[in-house]
Design a protein. Structure first.
Length: 173
């Protein structure tokens, strides 16, 4: 437990992120992935400092359907543990916690996974992540099912990114 508390503190203090399988591909500025009634856009992560134990993943998820869906899990080869998290103020203290039941994506709404809010949390990462690489992440939704995405790695202070779906042609093709 102590290691996870330290990891969470490092996450907040450094706001940097993880290493992954690298894929030599150009990342489009904005690619939309459709999974059932969901539209996923703007996926990215951030470069990490050496020996950083954690990383975060971010994207926007729009539910264009008439029924709520739920992001129930995420996995990636870059981490031993991957969770859906939220950061929120509790009085004067910013707290981060796992959402063990996942994250509801309400019908007709967009949920933003972004720094300082909801995010995918990669813990016990395999090594540093360098700007310009990409990481593979499999998201599992209650209704839409499994979706593979690639998150481009931006600068340590990146606020948005692009996304490449597994097997999807580059924007220039």
């Amino acid at each position: 437990m102590k290691n996870y508390v330290l990891s969470a503190l490092l996450f907040v203090a450094y706001s940097t992120f993880a290493r992954a399988e690298s894929h030599a591909m150009e990342m489009p500025a904005a690619v939309e992935l459709i999974a059932g009634d969901l539209s996923l856009t703007g996926a990215f992560t951030r470069a990490t400092l050496p020996n950083a134990p954690v990383a975060g993943g971010f994207l926007d998820i729009s539910n264009n359907g008439a029924v709520d869906d739920r992001l129930i899990s995420a996995v990636s080869p870059i981490s031993m543990v991957t969770q859906i998290h939220e950061m929120a103020m509790d009085g004067d203290v910013m707290k981060m916690r796992e959402l063990p039941d996942g994250l509801v994506i309400p019908a007709g709404e967009t949920v933003n996974l972004k720094p300082g809010g909801y995010h995918v949390m990669f813990m016990d990462i395999t090594g540093p992540l360098a700007e310009g690489e990409t990481i593979k992440v499999r998201l599992t939704f209650e209704i839409a099912g499994e979706v593979d995405i690639y998150m481009p790695v931006g600068a340590p202070n990146a606020k948005m990114g692009g996304m490449q779906m597994h097997g999807m042609p580059k924007a220039s093709e």
